[in-house]
Design a protein around this ligand. Structure first.
Ligand SMILES: C[S@@+](CC[C@H](N)C(=O)[O-])C[C@H]1O[C@@H](n2cnc3c(N)ncnc32)[C@H](O)[C@@H]1O
Length: 180
């Protein structure tokens, strides 16, 4: 009886400790940057203009969002779950003089609210792109564009697939609600 009570107390302690510990951080892609020429090509492929809001899921040092603001006058949001990357991205945005057009958040890309995005950029991994499909399909408005560096979306047929500096970049558009 005493043994059972002790086990129950231990289980309770472990569950309290777990519920109070930091949330786990899921690294779904390593940190590798998109070369500048590929960044510009991705934004051109998406037809980014000043009325757009560009979200980069896993934004690293913020280069895609910063280029969207600097080169095209767009608004941008960068999401990364590594706080050091977000600090760096904010610093880079200030240096580029676009801090009023962009913001950066420490968050898990699978949890991020993306409904305001008109363009989403990705440089992740094939399996992460696949897992993101439902979030993109149901979280974005009709006509939103998705551009991915290097990795496709399984059997989602891209509207465009171009090669820049040996990297594939793919473009998809979110269809009208009735066709999803
Ligand atoms: C390949 S890098 C791409 C960086 C940037 N988008 C670019 O193209 O230069 C992937 C980034 O995703 C971030 N990342 C990985 N898993 C993540 C997650 N679950 N939530 C948010 N960011 C994540 C990493 O910290 C890393 O900065």
């Amino acid at each position: 009886m005493a043994g059972r009570t002790a086990k129950w107390a231990l289980a309770l302690l472990v569950s309290v400790a777990r519920s109070q510990g930091p949330a786990p951080v899921y690294i779904n892609a390593p940190y590798v940057t998109t070369p500048e020429a590929v960044v510009t090509a991705m934004l051109r492929l998406a037809g980014v203009k000043s009325s757009d809001t560009v979200y980069d899921l896993g934004c690293g040092d913020g280069r895609i969002v910063i280029a969207a603001a600097k080169e095209f006058g767009a608004h941008g949001v960068g999401i990364d779950n590594n706080p050091a990357r977000i600090e760096e991205a904010r610093r880079n945005a200030r240096q580029a003089g676009v801090e009023t057009l962009v913001r950066f958040e420490v968050a898990d890309l699978f949890e991020a609210d993306i409904h305001n995005a008109t363009v989403v950029t990705l440089y992740l991994l094939p399996d992460v792109n696949l897992r993101l499909r439902p979030k993109l399909l149901h979280g974005l408005r009709a006509g939103a564009r998705i551009v991915s560096h290097s990795f496709s979306m399984g059997d989602w047929h891209p509207e465009k697939d171009v090669v820049v500096e040996s990297s594939h970049i793919y473009l998809w558009k979110i269809p009208a609600l009735k066709n999803r």
